[in-house]
Design a protein around this ligand. Sequence first.
Ligand SMILES: [Zn+2]
Length: 103
Amino acid sequence: MINYKNWKIVSHKTRWFGNTKMTINNDNDWRLQKQEKYLFGVKLSKKKYQKYSENWDHDHCEFCSVKFIETKSFKEYYATEDNYYWICEPYFNDFKHKFNWKV
Ligand SMILES: [Zn+2]
């Protein structure tokens, strides 16, 4: 049984679960959990990171837990219209067909 809360990210496609190193392949996509319940077919826009509310300080990618904070950088990510869900570019590219996202 894998505890998904305790993973250590190595790269976009590799991570450690305790002592087990896992690399992604097509039959075994452990990156997907329940995201299709709230992200399937939604409209996403590419934009600079903006906080969802003033009491918020950062967000994480819905798939890989990469952290987003407001900076002066012009790097853009994919987000739902309300800025609630954020997705990094590599994961957006991997899952755009599977999730049927509209951009
Ligand atoms: Zn990500």
